[in-house]
Write a protein that binds this ligand. Structure first.
Ligand SMILES: Nc1ncnc2c1ncn2[C@@H]1O[C@H](COP(=O)(O)OP(=O)(O)OP(=O)(O)O)[C@@H](O)[C@H]1O
Length: 581
C-alpha cells in the first residue's frame, strides 16, 4: 500500500510549480487562521480585561485581525483551487493512461478478463482515486499544516498544550494503523465484488437475447442478487469497522481534550496560581477546537483514502499487465505480399495444441480458401497473421519480413480483416465505414457500393448519416457484415481476409459480392475462411484443416478427385442444398 501511495504521488510531481504555489498559499492561509485567536487573546488580556481603551491601538489590532481573516479566506480559496486542479489533472492522466494501456493489451488478456470488470477499473476505480486527490491528499496537507501552525500557536501560549497533543497524535496513529490493517482486505473484497456486479450487468445486457430465449431471467437475477448481497455484506463489515474504530477515535479525542483542558487549566492554574488569564483560556479553547477539527477531518477521510489506495492498487495492477512485445520497426514497408506460413505448433494456453505442422505459401494476388470442421483452427491461423496472438514457434512472413517485425500501422494498412460479427461503433454509418481514416464522402459511397450496401443505406431516412446504436442493432446481421466489408475495402488492403464474411448474406447479394471480390483477384491476395464451400470453389488453392493440421490442399477440381475430407464435406453440402453446386 505504501508503494501504491508513493506511485500515486509521483503523478502529482508533474505539476511541481502549481504544487509549490499551493503549499505557499496553504502556509499563508494557515498562518492567518492561527493568528486570529492570538490577536483576540491580545485584545482580551491587554485591552478588555484591564479596561485599557486605547482607541488607535485597538483600531490597529482590529484592522490586522480583519486583514488576516481576509487574507486567510482568499489564500485558502486559492490553495484549494490549485490542489483540486492538480487532483483532477492527475485523475484525467491516469484514466487516459489506463484506457490507452487497456486497448494496447494483447488479445489473450481479453480472453480472460470480463468486460464489466475492466470497465469498473477504468471508471469506478479511477473515480475513487480522484477522491483521494480531491478530498484526501489536499485536505491532509491542509490539516497537517494547520495542526503544525496551531502547535506553534499553542507553544507560544503554553508549552503544556503541546504535550497534550503529544499524547493525542500517537493515539490517533495507532488507531489509523489498526484501521488500515483491518479495512484493506474488506475494501479489496468490496471493490472486486463491485467489478463482479458490473461484469454481471454487462453479461446480462450482452446476452439479453439468449437469456430471454432460454427463459433464464430468474437464474440470472438470482446470481446477480447473490453477488449484490455479498457486496452488501462486505460493505456492512466496512461500516462496522468504521463505526467502531473511527467513531471511537473521535470520542476518544474529545475525551482526551476535555481531560487535558480540565487538568491543564481547571486544576493547575486555578489551584496553584489562583488566576487564569481570560484571553489565554479563550485562545486555548479555540486552538483545541482547531486542532480537533483537522484530526476529525482526517480520520473521517481515512475510509476514503483506504478505498482509493485499494482502487489504485487495482489500477496499477492493470497498468502492470505486459503489453505485447513489439519487435517491429516502423521503417519496414510491405512491398511484396508473398505470404509464408511456417508454424510447427501453436497453443493459446501452453497446454492444448491448436495448430501443428502448418507450412504453406501464398503468392501475391492469389485467392486461397481455408476450409474444415468447426474448431479445426482456421480463425486461429488468421488471428496469428493479424498478430492478435504471439507465435509460440515458427514464423509467418510477408515478403521478406517476419510479421512480428512489421509495425501495427503497417500491418493494419496492408491486411484487411472482415469479421463474421463485426463491432459497430455508436455514430453514423458514414463514420462507421471510414472510422478514423481521412477519406472523402465519395470514397465512402464507392466502398459501400463495392460491398453492395449502398442501396440499403440510401433507403434509410438519413442515408449515410443514419445513426447506428451500440452493437449496430438497427442493422441486420447481413448488413453488419456488409458494413464490415465496406470498412475494410475503403482501406484498400493488399491482403484481404474474409472470416465467414458472407455467412449471413442472402445468395443473391453473396453472388454480387463474390463478383466484386473476384474483380480484385490478381491485385489483392484473398484469403477466405468458409463453411459454405461453394463460395471458395473458385480459389486458386484450398487448404483443408483438420484438428489443427493441413490435411489436404489443392484446387476444387483436384480435391474432388481425391477421396478425402473435402470431397466428403462438399458432397454432404450438395445433398442438403443442391443449388450450391
Ligand atoms: N482465444 C482462445 N483461447 C483459447 N483457445 C481458443 C481461443 N480461440 C480458439 N481456441 C481454441 O482453438 C481451437 C481452434 O479454434 P478456431 O476458432 O481457430 O477454429 P475454427 O476452425 O476457426 O472454427 P470455426 O469454423 O467454428 O470458426 C478450438 O479448439 C478453440 O477452442
Amino acid at each position: 500500500m505504501k508503494q501504491t501511495f508513493f506511485s500515486l504521488l509521483t503523478y502529482a510531481t508533474v505539476y511541481k510549480k502549481m504544487l509549490w504555489q499551493a503549499f505557499v498559499l496553504l502556509l499563508v492561509a494557515t498562518s492567518a487562521s492561527v493568528m486570529g485567536p492570538y490577536l483576540i487573546k491580545v485584545f482580551i488580556d491587554n485591552y478588555l480585561t484591564p479596561a485599557n481603551w486605547n482607541f488607535y491601538e485597538i483600531m490597529v489590532l482590529a484592522l490586522v485581525y480583519i486583514a488576516s481573516q481576509l487574507i486567510g479566506a482568499a489564500t485558502f480559496y486559492a490553495q484549494a483551487l490549485r490542489f483540486n486542479k492538480i487532483a483532477l489533472n492527475v485523475v484525467q492522466t491516469l484514466r487516459e493512461q489506463v484506457f490507452a494501456h487497456v486497448i494496447s493489451l494483447p488479445m489473450s488478456y481479453f480472453d480472460k478478463a470480463a468486460t464489466g470488470s475492466l470497465i469498473s477499473r477504468i471508471t469506478n476505480d479511477t473515480e475513487a482515486i480522484k477522491d483521494l486527490y480531491v478530498n484526501v491528499i489536499s485536505s491532509f496537507a491542509q490539516n497537517i499544516v494547520r495542526i503544525l501552525g496551531i502547535l506553534v500557536g499553542m507553544a507560544l501560549l503554553d508549552i503544556r498544550l503541546v504535550w497534550l497533543c503529544a499524547i493525542l497524535v500517537p493515539t490517533v496513529m495507532v488507531i489509523m494503523f489498526v484501521y488500515q490493517k483491518l479495512s484493506t482486505p474488506i475494501f479489496m473484497q468490496v471493490r472486486s465484488l463491485l467489478s463482479d456486479i458490473n461484469a454481471r450487468i454487462n453479461e446480462g445486457i450482452q446476452g439479453m437475447a439468449i437469456i430471454q430465449l432460454s427463459n433464464q431471467q430468474s437464474d440470472f437475477t438470482r446470481a446477480f442478487e447473490k453477488t449484490s448481497t455479498d457486496h452488501y455484506k462486505a460493505k456492512v463489515k466496512n461500516v462496522v469497522i468504521d463505526g467502531f474504530l473511527l467513531r471511537a477515535l473521535i470520542d476518544l479525542i474529545y475525551l482526551l481534550l476535555l481531560g487535558g483542558l480540565l487538568y491543564g487549566f481547571g486544576l493547575i492554574e486555578l489551584n496553584a496560581l489562583g488566576t487564569v488569564k481570560v484571553g489565554v483560556v479563550y485562545a486555548f479553547i479555540n486552538y483545541l477546537g482547531n486542532v480537533t477539527e483537522p484530526l476529525l477531518d482526517m480520520t473521517s477521510k481515512l475510509n476514503m483514502a483506504q478505498q482509493a489506495l485499494v482502487s489504485a492498487s487495482r489500477v496499477f495492477a492493470l497498468l502492470a499487465e505486459p503489453l505485447s512485445v513489439d519487435q517491429s520497426k516502423d521503417s519496414l514497408q510491405i512491398k511484396n505480399t508473398h505470404l509464408e506460413f511456417d508454424i510447427p505448433s501453436f497453443s493459446y494456453d501452453g497446454e492444448k495444441t491448436v495448430l501443428s505442422g502448418i507450412k504453406f505459401e501464398v503468392p501475391p494476388g492469389n485467392f486461397i480458401g481455408l476450409v474444415g470442421h468447426t474448431g479445426s483452427g482456421k480463425s486461429t491461423l488468421m488471428s496469428l497473421l493479424m498478430g492478435f496472438y504471439p507465435l509460440t514457434s515458427g514464423a509467418i512472413k510477408v515478403g521478406e519480413h517476419a510479421i512480428t517485425a512489421l509495425s501495427k500501422t503497417q500491418r493494419a494498412l496492408a491486411i484487411g480483416f472482415v469479421q463474421q460479427d463485426p463491432f459497430i461503433f455508436t455514430g453514423s454509418i458514414k463514420d462507421n465505414i471510414r472510422l478514423e481514416l481521412s477519406v472523402s464522402d465519395d470514397e465512402v459511397v464507392a466502398a459501400a457500393q463495392q460491398a453492395h450496401l449502398h442501396d440499403a443505406i440510401i433507403s434509410m431516412p438519413n442515408g449515410y448519416d443514419t445513426q447506428l446504436t451500440e452493437r449496430g442493432s438497427n442493422l441486420s446481421t447481413g448488413q453488419r457484415q456488409l458494413l464490415s466489408l465496406a470498412r475494410t475495402l475503403i482501406r484498400k488492403p493488399k491482403i484481404l481476409i474474409l472470416d465467414e464474411a458472407t455467412a449471413n448474406i442472402d445468395s443473391h447479394t453473396e453472388a454480387l459480392i463474390q463478383s466484386s471480390l473476384m474483380a480484385l483477384r490478381g491485385k489483392v491476395t484473398l484469403i477466405a475462411i468458409a463453411h459454405r464451400l461453394s463460395t471458395v470453389k473458385e480459389a486458386d488453392c484450398l487448404f483443408v484443416l483438420h484438428q489443427g493440421q493441413i490435411q489436404q490442399s489443392g484446387s476444387h477440381q483436384e480435391l474432388m478427385q481425391q477421396e478425402g475430407l473435402y470431397k466428403h464435406l462438399y458432397e454432404l453440402q450438395l445433398r442438403s442444398d443442391p443449388t450450391q453446386g
